[in-house]
Every structure is written in structure tokens, then in C-alpha cells.
Design a protein around this ligand. Structure first.
Ligand SMILES: *Cc1c(COP(=O)(O)O)cnc(C)c1O
Length: 384
């Protein structure tokens, strides 16, 4: 059977060159980066080289990059670490209703501990407007956290404008850039970003490694206590092989990002045009222009997304309904609810996230399969 993977926003395969670069760090180069001897020094050097590359990729200084276990830890570190450091000075956080659970759940947790949180609602395309952020600011606001690109819709928020507002008000600005990093150019200085989360496994690197960028001078408390690793910001023996792999994954993004974005835009448009001409009653979700190339989110009227996913899976096609983290729970996605998608479309929504392996031929096969499946499911189900 064919295997077509169109769930790159959930995770990506490790690039072959990334894997090759990592392997020696499991075997002969296994040193602990904190050790004095040559094994340790070898590990230390590659970790610092990686730190420099990742920093350069987003316009930061290497001393501003903390390696950690991934996007979820970075988000937790940012919100919890700042709240702790600002206790007594700030009591209000502005975020959005469409964040990844790593932000939403952390914000909910902080609310239980006396912090008040504003969850801004996006427009129908999933976009947060800068004036909404400005209007929500209170004297006690110390942090604004708005995601760069939404993982379900692909909608891209005006991060630079939001950063400027935060700076004008002397408020910290964090962005969960997990879905933007490696896909769009990011400049933390030009965009006035104080903290930024990114993850390796969304960009063809290994799972379990990521970064939090923390602008020089920012006061933040530790999330993971222990020895003085990562300039005393995050305890734990460095995941050297993972960091080396992340470094290589970033290097590849530097080389292919522009052309891959152009290719995926063409591919996504081809996909949507084919869907529109072969399947009735489908709408596309997300912003018409402010979106990243790889994501196509669609609602099929009168069909269950879960049934669609299972039928697609039987044909070897991997997509997702809502986010991977919420699927299985059968609850409509909080993002789709936030854009006030019509109730009859909420459960019939699929996200296809395209990536490096996908071709026009994959799209042809997928659209053929989809039109057959949708027709069959609609014939079976009473129209809702
Ligand atoms: C995947 C993802 C995360 C979580 O990153 P992990 O490295 O899997 O913990 C956070 N935010 C967004 C937007 C994501 O897509």
C-alpha cells in the first residue's frame, strides 16, 4: 500500500543527514558536556556551535539560547519562569484562545495560582489583531504571549506589530514560534521578541529537543532545578546528540527554506483547486493570505472527521483532525470553536500539513481517495 504522510505539523521524519550527524554522539563521542576531559570538551564544543547557529538563525546572541526538551517545556518555562520572577510586580497575562495546549494549560494553571489571564479571541480566519492586544493591556500586565503561526489553521499572526506594542508599554513579549521556526524568516530584534519557543521535531530534527530564546537582561526563574547547566537556566545533562541533530536540521532549513516554501505554496494551491473541483460542500479554513505554505485545513459538510481520518488511514494517507494532542478525545478543537466555525462543520474538519516528501502525485492520489470516501460517508450518514 502507498504511504502518504501529510501530518508534518504534528511531527516530521528525521532527515537522513541529521541522523548521520547525530550517530557518533551516541557511540564514540558520548561525553558529558560538563566534563573536563576530552570527551567532555568535544561534546561542549558541538553544543556551543549548535547554540551559535540556532541563535544566528533568529537574529539572537548565542548566550540568549537555552536548550531544553522541546516546545512544551519552552512554553512552560517562559510562562511559569516569568510569572515567578515577576511575582509581586505583575498579575496579568494576555494570551489567546488558539494557543497550543502547552500555553493554554499553563495559563490555566497560573490562573489557579492567582494570576489573571485574558484569552484573546481571533477573527474568523484565526488572526489576532494588534489592537486587540493593545486594548487588553492593564497596569498590572507583565506578559503578552501570542503564537506566531497557529498549528491547526496555519494562520500567521502579526508578531512584529504585537512585539512593538509590548515594547511601547514595557511589557514582556513571548511567542510560541514552533510552527514558524524553520518555515519563515524570524528576527527577534526586528520583531521585538523577548522570549521565543521552538522545537526540533517539527523541522526534520529529532524529538525531545528545542530552545527557549530569552533576551539578554530578562529576569526569569528556573523551571528545572539542579546543577548549573545551560548558564544556570536549565538543569540536566545536555542532550548532545539531540542538540547536534537540531543544529543540522536548522542548517538544512537555512538552505532550503525559501524554495521549499515556494514549492509547498504551489502544492497546496494545486491540492485545494483539485478538492474544489471534485468534492462539493467543502470550505477552506484559515486566513486567505496570512498563512504558512504547508497547511490546508478544510471542513467537509455532513461527514465525521474521525471517520474520514480512519478511511484515509486505510488507504495509507496520514492527516489529522484538530490537533494531534486533542484527537482521540472527540472534543471539537478549541481553535475551530474560537473561529466560530458553523456547528455542522466542526466535526468534519481535517488538517493536511504538507512537507518535504510530498509530491503532486501524492495530492492526486489523496484527492481521488477523499472524493470516494466523502461520497460514501455522505451516502451513509443522515445529512446533518
Ligand atoms: C508541537 C507544538 C508544540 C509542542 O512542541 P513539543 O516539542 O512537541 O513539545 C508547541 N506549540 C506548537 C504551536 C506546536 O505546534
Amino acid at each position: 500500500m502507498r504511504e502518504i504522510y501529510m501530518d508534518h505539523s504534528a511531527t516530521t521524519p528525521v532527515d537522513g543527514a541529521v541522523l548521520e550527524t547525530m550517530l557518533p554522539y551516541f557511540r564514540e563521542k558520548f561525553g558529558n558536556a560538563s566534563s573536563i576531559h576530552q570527551f567532555g570538551q568535544e561534546a561542549r564544543n558541538v553544543v556551543e556551535e549548535a547554540r551559535e547557529r540556532v541563535a544566528g538563525f533568529i537574529g539572537a546572541k548565542s548566550s540568549e539560547i537555552t536548550f531544553l526538551s522541546g516546545g512544551s517545556e519552552a512554553d512552560n518555562f517562559a510562562l511559569q519562569g516569568l510569572t515567578s520572577a515577576y511575582s509581586g510586580r505583575g498579575k496579568h497575562i494576555i494570551t489567546t484562545s488558539i494557543e497550543h495546549p502547552a500555553i493554554i494549560e499553563t495559563a490555566n494553571y497560573l490562573e489557579q495560582n492567582g494570576i489573571s489571564v485574558t484569552y484573546l479571541q481571533p477573527d474568523k480566519y484565526g488572526l489576532i489583531h494588534p489592537h486587540q492586544v493593545e486594548d487588553a493591556i492593564r497596569p498590572e500586565t507583565f506578559l503578552i504571549s501570542v503564537m506566531h503561526v497557529n498549528n491547526e489553521l496555519g494562520t500567521m499572526n502579526p508578531i512584529g506589530e504585537i512585539g512593538a506594542i509590548a515594547q511601547n508599554h514595557g511589557i514582556l513579549f513571548h511567542t510560541d514560534a514552533v510552527q514558524a521556526f524553520g518555515k519563515l524568516p524570524i528576527d527577534v530584534v526586528a520583531m521585538n521578541i523577548d522570549l521565543l519557543s521552538a522545537s526540533s521535531h517539527k523541522i526534520y530534527g529529532p524529538k525531545g529537543v528545542g530552545i527557549l530564546f530569552i533576551k539578554e537582561g530578562t529576569q526569569i526563574d528556573k523551571l528545572i532545578h539542579g546543577a548549573a547547566h545551560e548558564r544556570n537556566r536549565r538543569a540536566g545533562t545536555e542532550n548532545v546528540a539531540g542538540i547536534v541533530g537540531f543544529d543540522k536540521a536548522v542548517e538544512i532549513c537555512e538552505n532550503v527554506m525559501t524554495e521549499e516554501a515556494a514549492r509547498l505554496t504551489v502544492l497546496r494551491e494545486y491540492f485545494w483547486n483539485k478538492i474544489e473541483t471534485s468534492i462539493p460542500d467543502v470550505i477552506q479554513n484559515g486566513h486567505p493570505t496570512e498563512k504558512i505554505p504547508g497547511i490546508l485545513n478544510m471542513s467537509f459538510k455532513g461527514v465525521e472527521g474521525e471517520s474520514l481520518l480512519i478511511s484515509l488511514d486505510m488507504k495509507g494517507i496520514a492527516a489529522s483532525s484538530g490537533s494531534a494532542c486533542s484527537s482521540g478525545s472527540n472534543k471539537p478543537s478549541h481553535v475551530l470553536q474560537s473561529i466560530r466555525l458553523a456547528p455542522e462543520l466542526l466535526n468534519g474538519t481535517l488538517r493536511f500539513s504538507l512537507g518535504r516528501s510530498n509530491t503532486e502525485d501524492d495530492i492526486d492520489y489523496t484527492v481521488d481517495a477523499l472524493s470516494e470516501i466523502v461520497e460514501r460517508l455522505r451516502a451513509m450518514a443522515p445529512v446533518s
